[in-house]
Structures are given as C-alpha cells and as structure tokens.
Design a protein around this ligand. Structure first.
Ligand SMILES: [Fe+2]
Ligand SMILES: [Fe+2]
Length: 377
C-alpha cells in the first residue's frame, strides 16, 4: 500500500463488501460533507439496543475487579491539577513541544521562519493535536454511555459507568487546557470524525468496543505517552499522567470484553470484525496529517500533496506511529483479530513488526506511566 491519503480511498482496502457498506456512509459524511466541521453541533443517528438485566448476576469476576480499581482511582481535575500554572508558549525553558515531536523540522518553509514565528507554529500545532484528543474524548464519552446500556454483563455495566465519569473528566481537562491556557481550538480531523461516526451509528455493541476501547483508546494511550515524554510544560505533563492511568483501564476493559466474545463468534462474522479493524487502522494511521493546521499556516505556500508527503516521510511520523501502534497491534492479536488472513495487510503498511510487543493490558498503569517519563539526562 502506498501512503495515498485521498478521501476516495479512505475505505474499502480490506475488499470486504460488507465492511465497505458499513463505512461508506461515515466516510461520505466525514470527508465529503465534513459533518464534523460544518456546524457547531452535529447529530449522529444511533441504533443500538439497551439490555436490561433483572437478575443482576455478578458473574464476571475480572470486570468486577476492574470496577473496584476504577472506583479507587477516581480523581478531581479541579483540585488535583495546579491550574494556576501559567503556560507561556514562548518560554523555551518550558517548551510545549520541541521540534523532534512535530513534523515541522523537516518543512523547509518552517526552517526559514524567525524564532518567534516558529514558536507560534509550534503552539498552533500543539493546539491542533490536543484539539483532536479533546474531540476523541467527547466520542469516548458518548461511546461509554452506549456501552453501559448495550453490554450484557452487569459487572460490565457497572464498570462502564465509571468510564463515563472518566471520559467526562477527560473532556473537562483537555477543554480547560485548550480554552484557558492555549486559547485555541481546532475543528475535528476528517479521519477521526469518520471513525467516531462509524462506531456511534453501528448497532453492534462489540464494534463500539473495538473502535473506541481498543483502537482509538489504544492509539491515544501511545500518543499521550509520546507527548508526555516530549513536553517540558509541567501542567500538561501532570494532566497527561492522570489521563494515561484512566485510559490504561479502558483498554483493559475492551480486551476483557472482546476476547471471549470473538473466540465464539461464527467465522464469517469474526472475519468481518477483522476487516473492519484493519480499515479503522488505516484511517487512524492517516490521521496525523494536521490538515486544519496546514490550511491555516501552509495552505498558501505549498500544495496539500507536498505537505502530506513531507509529513508522512518525516522522522516525526515514524516515531509517532511507533509509539501509537506498538501497543495497539498486540491488543488486536489478543482479541483474535490478527490471524494469518490479515497479517500480510498489516505487514504491507509496516505495522506487523509490533505484533510480538507487550500489549497495553500486560502492563500495569505504573509501568505505562513510567514509560512516558522523559529519558534520564
Ligand atoms: Fe479518555
Ligand atoms: Fe478512555
């Protein structure tokens, strides 16, 4: 596969006609109609079943344990974080994000800017990235609500209720940081909108889990870690530490819920999930092109094609993909969606190398946080 990022090839790479039909509507709404950008409010039609249990059987011990852990780990973003910290995007001592973690260093037009202008571009690109996290968190909040009603096990519903609170808090902190500290908010990226639209509107509960808990959250966990490792801004570092601890639990929830379910699913239905996951992987892989930032700062100096080429071939993209996918791919293996049938597809886009890495669920929250510490000087 090439690094073609045009919307016309956004879905359909798995050549599974059923999966194509599932995703073509969200892709049209995401890429062509730009539903996530055209209005201040977007309505997505949903159609999942809400399952009531009148016996309240508490028979999933693993989920029950996770529920207890989630209750112990609750935190209040208003009091645990020091919001009095002043964030100055021009302070080199507390650099928001250094060039190494942004694709700008390899853009000749950026290198030709004054130091002050470079600070402005780095600040805007940081705001773009955090804006996408914020939009993803809003999607996670709604997906957690859907999962709470749709999942069959009572232990799962109780756990999911804690995730609703967690995701609400994540929306709170990212928005507060963007609005109060960076004072800039970007619209949602088309790839991300397409994924959120696809999983919100699908009636099958497991696809919400797969799309949100395993894929979006799995990638976010990697991205948050990379960001935390790179930033020198203390409030952002602290905020990400708290969010990472929550997200680690959410990914574990997804794996626990899907592992057994996919093991007993009829082969054709399992294959459909496998292809769906591959399509979402491709969408997520193309997500960090920052087109909204490009439109504002580079749209008048170079073509979008050239921008895409520069970003995709940059060292930043290589590193970012590494941190994001090295935790996600092992999770797909764990839930039985990385069989020989699709391994070659992942190989063709350079992601199969991560299949033997440790899955996020094999690591404790403390290990995942330690992994996001900057390397010792
Ligand atoms: Fe979250
Ligand atoms: Fe989450």
């Amino acid at each position: 596969m090439t690094d073609d990022t045009s919307p016309w090839t956004a879905v359909g790479r798995s050549r599974n006609p059923r999966v194509f039909l599932d995703l073509v509507g969200p892709a049209i709404r995401g890429f062509l109609l730009e539903r996530g950008k055209s209005n201040e409010v977007t309505t997505v039609t949903t159609r999942n079943d809400a399952r009531f249990s009148w016996t309240y059987d508490r028979d999933r011990e693993d989920l029950s344990k996770l529920y207890e852990a989630a209750k112990r780990a609750q935190w209040n973003a208003s009091t645990e974080l020091d919001w009095s910290i002043e964030v100055d995007p021009h302070n080199p001592e507390r650099m928001l994000l250094p060039d190494e973690i942004l694709p700008l260093a390899e853009v000749p037009e950026y290198r030709g800017l004054s130091e002050r202008e470079q600070f402005v571009h780095r600040w805007a690109l940081t705001a773009w990235m955090l804006s996408q996290f914020l939009h993803g968190e809003q999607g996670a909040l709604f997906a957690a609500c859907q999962v709470t009603e749709a999942i069959a096990w009572v232990d799962g519903k109780l756990y999911a209720s804690t995730q609703v609170v967690d995701e609400g808090r994540h929306v709170e902190v990212f928005h507060r940081y963007l609005a109060g500290k960076l004072e800039k908010l970007y619209t949602i990226d088309d790839n991300l909108y397409t994924v959120i639209d696809a999983l919100m509107g699908d009636g099958r509960w497991d696809l919400k889990f797969l799309g949100m808990q395993i894929m979006i959250e799995g990638l976010a966990l990697g991205a948050f870690g990379a960001l935390r490792q790179a930033t020198r801004e203390p409030l952002l570092r602290e905020l990400l530490k708290f969010v990472i601890a929550d997200e680690a639990r959410h990914v574990t929830f997804g794996v626990m819920a899907l592992r057994d379910y996919y093991a007993q699913l009829p082969e054709r239905e399992r294959q459909e999930r496998e292809d769906w996951a591959y399509e979402i992987t491709v969408l997520m892989r193309n997500r960090f092109l920052a087109h909204e930032f490009y439109d504002e700062y580079y749209g008048h100096v170079m073509s979008r094609q050239r921008w895409d080429r520069l970003v995709l071939s940059s060292e930043f993209m290589r590193r970012f993909r590494h941190t994001m996918f090295r935790r996600l791919i092992p999770n797909l293996r764990k839930i039985n969606l990385l069989t020989d049938r699709v391994r070659r597809h992942y190989d063709a886009i350079g992601l199969l190398v991560y299949e033997r890495d440790r899955a996020a669920t094999d690591l404790s929250a403390a290990e995942i946080i330690a992994d996001s510490e900057p390397p010792a000087a």
